[in-house]
Design a protein around this ligand. Sequence first.
Ligand code: SF4
Length: 278
Amino acid sequence: MAKITRKPAPRKTAVPKKKAKAAKAKIATPKAATPKAAKPKAAKPKPAKPSAPAKKSLRAIKPNSFKPWTPAEVREVFTRFQRANPEPRGELEHVNPFTLLVAVVLSAQATDAGVNKATRELFKIADTPQKMLDLGEERLREYIKTIGLYRTKAKNVIALSAKVLNDFGGEVPRTRAEIESLPGAGRKTANVVLNMAFGEHTMAVDTHVFRVGNRTGLAPGKTPLEVELGLEKVIPAEFMLHAHHWLILHGRYTCLARKPRCEVCLINDLCRWPEKTV
Ligand code: SF4
């Protein structure tokens, strides 16, 4: 009879109690029951921001980074502007120096068209400092409430009317310092009033003139004052009376901030902007 030999039973390895519990728990927990960590949603690609050629352009052109303009070239530019528009006019509607002053104060950070829309009715009843005071701040606000910052502007217009009446005999003063002393009036206001009302050779630098001065390279500058002084330095005196308007109109209708219309620009052969499209 064959001898049956029994295999010895495998020795149980001692599992530490803690580990065993954990393993049990692991097995016992059904997979599906484990809440999945929320997968972060793939971020939707943001639409590309439209490039801002205006800012880029102003950074791109630096003083001394382009061929300097010769006096003959500057003269040529303004001769062309003059030929195209011999008597340029500002677009702010007014009927006398006082209403011009008020319109310029109202035009800060607003469009000329927006200001005109409001002042057309206002100036019918308030075209002198006294009439403006008679109208009063509250009623004035009603006329100009479509213009940005109208509350502050209404306050300034009333205050400047009082000052024009009390300190300057009701007449808009004729010096820069005096105009700048009026509430709400700064250097640009003084330049516009001196130029348009009194025929002085001043250069008011608004957003359009600032852009054109920089892009063309005629008068690059980081501040409106730098551009103003630069333009005054290079523009021949005979063009200075209208230069401010030619440059504003050029910036407003041709050398546009986002998409300059270089292909129809009168001075595209002379302009120094590295990004001009012709
Ligand atoms: S070519 Fe004319 S429109 Fe173009 S950037 Fe120069 S000035 Fe502006």
